[in-house]
Design a protein around this ligand. Structure first.
Ligand code: AMP
Length: 361
């Protein structure tokens, strides 16, 4: 659907009220755009938008009013129900589009799509019951990682099956839902590429991020990743190829494992996030254009900005009680502190992040 670009003063619609929606809304405001957030639960994005709608994703009356009030619809999380996206897409452009959403919502579809493009993933097998899990374990060996096909994030919806573990109880622990079993990847590093594709097919990517996780949640990102130029170029090229194949508009993130083999690195794709990403938060303080502004530019049909980095980057997440360190972080020269305005610091909850931009070298 070819649509005229949005104008300053227009409104963008975002599904989801978390910190990603909040930071998209703040970037939009800087460019003179308004944001309308739609979510069944109140969240930190409600504090910074021009309008919000608190309604269910199945509420067609509320969805129709939301669509009428915006020039384009986007989302801050990949689990937007397909009927909701379809209902909105009949009224306004939804960016990224329905195909990107459908493929990235299902780990089986996503890996099949990637392998179809000749892009490597961990070896995987489809699991629908205990018998297919036992068969998959025979083929892929142990340890292996069992993941629900849908609705997994931050390590939720997954279980490692090691030698001696009971396969049936692992399947039960995930609610006996359709799953994929992945062969265990002995990676040297985890990296991600945050890129963006414009309405005109232009593509720009930030420098490759290197990510450390604690309890499956991102804890720290450094940029540039400690990888060779060849590997960095290959990681970015792969991301561009995926975005083009999805006819993608907006920011896309590709999480990758790096496996060291005979002195060189092999890239294995872990997953695609059809959205702005935690590993790209450093771009607010450390790049010419932030990932949030880049996303706004892309979905509005505007030219992409420069992803140029301002220095060597360290970004740390403030998870749960770690956010209590905010007074010390405020006192530290050169630290950019971001707090998401969440009231309750539950364990595992992302409360904020900090970024340091250091001189190169
Ligand atoms: P995910 O939710 O798929 O991003 O997985 C969360 C984390 O679990 C990843 O960042 C890895 O640290 C680890 N992990 C996931 N899949 C695998 C795998 N096949 N092999 C080894 N580690 C994995």
């Amino acid at each position: 659907m070819s649509q005229p670009a949005l104008q300053p003063g227009d409104t963008i619609g975002i599904l989801g009220s978390g910190q990603l929606g909040r930071m998209i809304a703040m970037a939009a405001a800087r460019l003179g755009l308004k944001t309308h957030i739609y979510c069944p639960d109140p969240g930190p994005a409600f504090d910074v938008c021009a309008t919000f709608t608190l309604a269910a994703y199945e509420d067609e009356k509320a969805l129709a009013a939301f669509a009428d009030s915006v020039g384009v619809v986007s989302y801050e999380f990949e689990n937007v129900p397909a009927p909701t996206a379809g209902f909105l897409a009949a009224r306004r452009p939804v960016r990224p589009g329905a195909r990107a959403l459908a493929i990235t919502q299902d780990r089986w579809d996503e890996k099949t799509f990637l392998n179809g493009l000749g892009i490597p993933t961990a070896p995987f097998a489809r699991v629908d019951n205990v018998a297919s899990l036992e068969a998959a374990l025979e083929t892929l060996g142990r340890p292996a990682v069992l993941k629900t096909r849908r609705f997994g994030y931050d390590g939720k919806g997954q279980a490692i099956i090691r030698a001696g573990d009971d396969a049936a109880s692992a399947f039960r622990s995930l609610g006996e839902q359709p799953c994929v079993l992945e062969g265990f990847v002995s990676f040297a590093r985890e990296i991600s590429v945050v890129g963006a594709r414009g309405v005109d097919g232009s593509f720009a990517a930030f420098d490759v991020c290197e990510n450390e996780h604690e309890h499956h949640i991102l804890s720290r990102t450094i940029v540039p990743a400690q990888v060779s130029e060849t590997t960095a170029a290959a990681a970015i090229e792969t991301t561009g190829k995926i975005a083009a194949a999805l006819d993608y508009v907006g920011v896309i993130t590709v999480e990758m494992f790096l496996v060291e083999e005979n002195g060189s690195d092999r890239i294995v794709i872990n997953e695609i996030a059809p959205r702005v990403h935690n590993s790209g938060h450093w771009t607010i303080d450390g790049a010419a254009t932030s990932q949030f502004e880049q996303h706004v530019r892309a979905i509005c049909g505007w030219p992409l900005g420069s992803p140029r980095r301002h220095g060597r980057i360290e970004m740390g997440n403030l998870i749960g009680a770690q956010a209590d360190a905010w007074p010390e972080l405020l006192r530290e020269p050169g630290v950019a502190l971001h707090l998401y305005g969440k009231h309750e610091a539950r364990a595992g909850r992302k409360m904020g992040h900090w970024t340091r931009v250091l001189p190169e070298g």
